[in-house]
Design a protein around this ligand. Structure first.
Ligand code: GTP
Ligand code: MG
Length: 536
């Protein structure tokens, strides 16, 4: 395995509370890579629909991204893979899974809003995994909070130390630019929506009168004071602490104006970790190993409305992936080969011959693969830690068009394979139940079923609150439980029995009545490699 192929790669996720500017920032980064020529060229990962004229309501009304997009570009000799995630909590499962496929993250914070609910949750996941974090405080062109206050909030609420790399001069309509504390360079704010700006003035000595000339006496005095203060308050950048996830370098800027983005990128390639090793059940897999290994962290059907394919997104962990070579699928115990795997450069898919650790490969799949599946060159291993959540909202799936029941069946199976939701069937009355962690997923499912499969459906809310996979070493006892609790028993797609609890209280009573039965909040006892991640 050539180490230079590994060392030139950087794979990271962009995460934040909804609307902080992830997709905007992603687009500007691609602009620097020359991957796109003008802003606006990147379709956001906001819901992409088939070629009809109406927009999906949820996107139009709320303007939110619903799934992760993968994009690559080259910059300064590096191959950079960006995974732009959705911020909304209803799609957090997708984001959490994406975090297993990256080596570091850029966390975007809106300077007006500061740390928000979803920022906190995402940061919890990063901390759990010791993922290195760079913070980009965005929207400085708007009247935001005081930078000291913002950093204090970040440190307190996100439980991470900060090292400001740049410092803003003014804010909102008085925003003048940022001063790079480490390179001692002043960057004056100009709104550069489509061009790449290069207006950097080196000022080694902040006491130089040049500073007053550039930004005015008042702001110059304030900057001198701030530079002194920040040196005293914050601990300075330390690469090791950053790599371990304890210290986050912070940049200030405005993504939409392409301001502060280049500095972020330059620092990113300098400090961000190259592809890292991953744990499997038995050992640690190093990127430098000769044999290819990889795992699927995301599945998306009908990505391209003109081709009805299903693509599994595989993160390469070790070795070299080659097209047309047989690889071992460890869960199915079967070999597969991929004649036309795809890579994701800029906003386009392209056929690729081979891929290296850190890369994301799109594998065409006819419905065999699941999230968490592992490929190797023969070794039997399973990558660990792909989270799976226990759904909390359950609705009966109602077919509104009797002539399209086949399409509905196929569509719901494929969409639930993607991990958008989970599917259960209730034998007592033969209904299908869709379980999700958020309301918006039902809107997405309904929309996609109609637009991608031509099936119209409705949902009928059920009173269940939580799903528990049940097991018992004593088969008879399990059968007895299932027949006694029929009304609450459903089966998942793999025919595993699941008990649907109406409330915590119901569960407690049921547990007391059937002490021999074990209740699991995920299907981990199936031998799949899912682990539960606490949502709190
Ligand atoms: N004023 C201002 N607005 C910005 C800036 N960056 C992004 N925005 C706006 O903020 C809104 C949200 O931006 P997106 O990039 O879609 O946000 P997101 O984080 O990808 O949102 P989700 O994916 O739905 O979570 C858009 O209207 C952007 O134009 C900025 O620097 N200044
Ligand atoms: Mg977005």
């Amino acid at each position: 395995m050539k180490p230079e192929e590994i060392n030139k790669r950087r794979t990271f996720g962009i995460i934040s509370h909804p609307d902080a500017g992830k997709t905007t920032l992603t687009e500007k980064l691609l602009l620097f890579g020359g991957a796109i020529q003008t802003a606006g060229a990147v379709k956001s990962n906001k819901f992409r629909k088939a070629a009809t004229s109406d927009f999906m309501e949820i996107e139009k009304q709320r303007g939110i991204s619903v799934a992760t997009s993968v994009m690559g570009f080259e910059y300064s000799g590096y191959k950079i893979n960006i995974l732009d995630t959705p911020g909304h909590k209803d799609f957090a499962e997708d984001t959490y899974r994406t975090l297993t496929a990256v080596d570091s993250v850029i966390l975007v914070i809106d300077c007006v809003k500061g740390v928000e609910e979803q920022t906190r949750k995402l940061m919890d996941v990063c901390r759990m995994r010791h993922t290195p974090v760079i913070i980009f405080i965005n929207k400085l062109d708007r009247e935001g909070q005081d930078p000291y206050h913002l950093l204090e909030e970040v440190e307190k609420e996100l439980n991470i130390h900060t090292a400001p790399m740049s410092w803003p001069i003014g804010m909102g309509k008085d925003f003048k630019g940022v001063y790079n504390l480490f390179e001692k360079k002043l960057q004056l704010f100009t709104s550069q929506k489509i061009k790449l700006s290069d207006d950097v003035i080196a000022i080694d000595d902040l006491h130089s009168p040049e500073l007053d000339k550039q930004i005015g006496e008042k702001d110059a005095a304030k900057l001198r004071e701030d530079a002194e203060m920040t040196a005293g308050i914050y601990e300075g950048f330390d690469n090791e602490l950053y790599r371990e996830g304890y210290l986050a370098p912070v940049f200030f800027g405005s993504a939409i104006n392409n301001f502060g983005v280049k500095e972020l990128l330059e620092t990113f390639i300098r400090i961000a970790p190259p592809p890292q090793s991953r744990m499997v059940d038995k050992r640690e897999v190093l990127p430098t190993e000769n044999n290819f290994t990889g795992f699927i962290f995301k599945i998306h059907a009908n990505l391209d409305p003109n081709h009805r394919d299903r693509i599994s997104f595989c993160r390469v962990v070790s070795g070299k992936f080659e097209s047309n070579k047989f690889y071992f699928h460890t869960r199915l115990n079967k070999k597969f080969r991929f004649p036309s795997p795809v890579g994701f450069m800029a906003n386009e898919k392209n056929i690729l011959e081979n891929a290296y650790p850190g890369d994301v490969v799109g594998l065409y799949d006819t419905g065999n693969f699941k999230i968490g599946d592992t490929f190797t060159e023969g070794e039997s291993l399973f990558f660990k830690g792909i989270p799976s959540f226990s759904p909390e909202i359950f609705k009966e799936l109602i077919n509104k068009d009797p002539f399209k029941s086949k399409q509905l069946e196929k569509g719901i199976r494929q969409l639930t394979d993607e991990g958008v939701a989970q599917l259960f069937s209730r034998p007592t009355d033969n209904i299908k139940i869709v379980g999700t962690v958020g309301e918006l997923q039902f809107e997405v499912i309904q929309f996609r079923l109609l637009h991608e499969y031509g099936a119209s459906c409705a949902f009928n809310t059920l009173e269940y609150k939580k799903a528990y996979w049940v097991s018992c070493p004593d088969k008879k006892a399990l059968e007895n439980f299932i027949s006694r609790e029929q009304r609450y028993i459903t089966y998942d797609k793999d025919e595993h029995p699941v008990y649907m609890a109406k409330s915590e209280w119901f569960l407690t009573i049921t547990r007391q009545a059937f002490p021999e039965i074990e209740f699991h909040t995920t299907s981990e006892m199936k031998g799949d490699m899912v682990e539960e991640t606490s949502k709190k």
